[in-house]
Design a protein around this ligand. Structure first.
Ligand SMILES: O=C(O)CCC(=O)C(=O)O
Length: 421
């Protein structure tokens, strides 16, 4: 990036200031990776507090009893909401994933998911801290989201593989992938590996890396390093999320195909999908319906309250229009899949308009688009428009992907028809 716009107020630029860091999170347990021990497809995790982690780092330079410890996935923003340590750079701020998780739970079935699972899915804004030599194995990001990573201090070496070459790091069945590109990689298990062409990049202090959706990458800390890492998705990479869910669902159902005749087979598949991938079809469906509603509220606000119909559509309006088309494209792909019939997954725009969390979600998205597109304030007028809105839609309930497609078509005809972008 040309000029990463960062306003860190964390007093930890330069070498990590450990005494300061030791004050954080004295009690809450965090997952620390033991970089020397593989567990399935990732590094083994050990539970400890930040202070314990820092003590061990100070004591033996990160080598906890011979193994390198790497604090990953510390939900710093969620844990310290009052402490505005940094602002997300504008280019990465259209972040549906974290907007949503600030207001709603990802999982909608409280019986199914443990508190632990809920915490680990509570947001995707992390702090990473590791001594020189700590590393992250080869992977593509959760939900095939985008990610950005900013080095507060230290230096990282990144190795990227574009999606067109992914097959080269997988086994013949496309089931398991290489764990460490620098370890001995079995030629017979991964016959394509030698042909992979890696994109390599050194990330210095204060530099930001953008990781596009679906790019496999392996990362090594060349110095003691602290970074901020976010995962996010929006209208531009939403289809990646659905494609991954569908692939993982097929694998989950193949895995338990012996149970195919059972009544709760479908529920079981969805439960496994949520546990392994981080969300299931229902979670995703509710997510995209809420974003369709939010974009329609914003479209309505801009088109009617601000009377935009009379002039060329603003960039913000084009953005919202694009979002709705992108959600509709995903919903069309979901059509043959039985997603919305489950009891309880009925979303009603009118009901959402009475829900503070939903209004705040709309406001967060609206405010971000004002900033991105440098446009006048729309959010104060949001509430004004909601009554009007209820009367202008015949359809306000969505229960299936077909309903969602119809809802979006309706909205685009009634509100967006005047400006085809
Ligand atoms: O910094 C690291 O160790 C890994 C970061 C990463 O994989 C990511 O941000 O996607």
């Amino acid at each position: 990036m040309e000029n990463p716009i960062f306003t860190f107020s964390l007093p930890i630029l330069g070498n990590p200031k450990f005494r300061f860091l030791g004050l954080w999170s004295v009690t809450g347990d965090l997952q620390v990776a033991d970089c020397g021990t593989r567990e399935f497809t990732d590094q083994k995790r050990i539970e400890m507090t930040v202070s314990e982690f820092v003590d061990r780092w100070l004591h033996d330079g990160g080598a906890g009893g011979g193994s390198l410890l790497y604090l990953k996935d510390w939900h710093f923003v969620k844990e310290y909401p009052e402490y505005i340590a940094y602002r997300t750079p504008m280019d990465f701020s259209d972040d549906w994933l974290n907007f949503y998780l600030d207001k709603f739970h990802m999982h909608n079935d409280p019986d199914t998911y443990s508190e632990r699972n809920d915490i680990s899915c509570s947001d995707y804004r992390f702090v990473y801290m590791g001594s020189k030599g700590t590393w992250t194995p080869l992977h593509a990001d959760v939900f095939r989201s985008y990610s950005w990573s900013a080095n507060v201090c230290g230096k990282k070496q990144w190795y990227f593989l574009p999606p067109s070459q992914h097959h080269l790091v997988f086994d013949r069945n496309m089931k398991s992938s290489v764990y460490d590109i620098f370890a001995e990689v079995s030629q017979s298990k991964f016959p394509g590996f030698e042909k992979a062409i890696w994109w390599e990049c050194t990330q210095e202090e204060n530099e930001v890396i953008f990781v596009p959706s679906g790019w496999y990458h392996q990362v090594h800390n060349l110095e003691d390093t602290i970074s901020i890492n976010h995962n996010w998705f929006n209208g531009y990479n939403l289809s990646w999320v659905w494609d991954l869910l569908l692939k993982d669902y097929n694998e989950a159902s193949e895995y338990i195909e012996d149970l195919k005749g059972c009544d709760d087979f479908e529920e079981l598949c969805q439960r496994n999908l949520a546990a392994n991938t981080g969300m299931n079809f229902y979670d995703f469906f509710i997510f995209i319906v809420r974003f369709a509603f939010a974009n329609v509220v914003l479209l309505h606000t801009l088109a009617h309250v601000k009377n935009e119909t009379s002039r060329k559509p603003s960039k913000a309006l084009q953005h919202i229009y694009f979002n709705l088309e992108s959600i509709r494209n995903v919903a069309v792909k979901m059509k043959p899949i039985n997603t919305g019939d489950r009891q309880g997954v009925l979303l009603d725009l009118r009901k959402n308009l009475e829900d503070h969390s939903f209004i705040e979600l709309c406001a967060a998205v609206g405010k971000t688009y004002e900033l991105i597109h440098d446009q006048d304030k729309t959010t104060p007028t949001l509430l004004q428009c909601t009554d009007l809105m209820c009367t202008s839609f015949v359809r306000s309930q969505v229960q299936s992907s077909e309903d969602l497609v119809a809802f979006i078509n309706d909205a685009l005809t009634k509100l967006g028809g005047a400006f085809s972008c």
